[in-house]
Design a protein around this ligand. Structure first.
Ligand SMILES: N[C@@H](CCC(=O)N[C@@H](CS)C(=O)NCC(=O)O)C(=O)O
Length: 111
């Protein structure tokens, strides 16, 4: 059984977990959760974290997810990936596609 990580690499806390696990050679299975596509709202992810946040991790039956405190709207707006999550369904070219060049469109190395 391997550690499962549910991440959107546009999210700073997700990147911290990703870098930590990679740098420490911790094996894991990656489950991408695209906030901009609303994947954090889908029933399969809500089984992992009903609070609709990434990062989340699962190790067998052990789940670690977000604290119950939602970011204040002002903080949420300042976070690119949270703004993307809030804008699900709205056309926003900044989050169009990895590599598109906008603030949310820069591809991460290896992705
Ligand atoms: N305190 C949490 C923050 C988690 C969090 O706010 N995640 C954001 C992405 S950075 C999220 O899932 N936003 C989705 C939403 O607000 O709908 C941590 O650092 O792990």
């Amino acid at each position: 059984m391997v550690l499962e990580l549910f991440l959107d690499l546009y999210s700073p806390p997700c990147r911290a977990i990703y870098i930590f696990t990679r740098k420490n050679s911790i094996p894991f299975e990656m489950h991408p959760v695209e906030l901009a596509q609303g994947e954090h709202l889908k029933p399969e992810f809500l089984k992992v974290n009903p609070l609709e946040k990434v990062p989340a991790l699962r190790d067998g039956n052990f789940l670690v997810a977000e604290s119950p405190v939602s970011p204040a709207p002002r903080l949420r707006a300042a976070c690119g990936c949270c703004a993307a999550a809030a804008a699900v369904g709205e056309a926003d070219a900044r989050f169009a596609a990895p590599g598109s060049g906008g603030p949310g469109g820069q591809a991460l190395p290896g992705h």
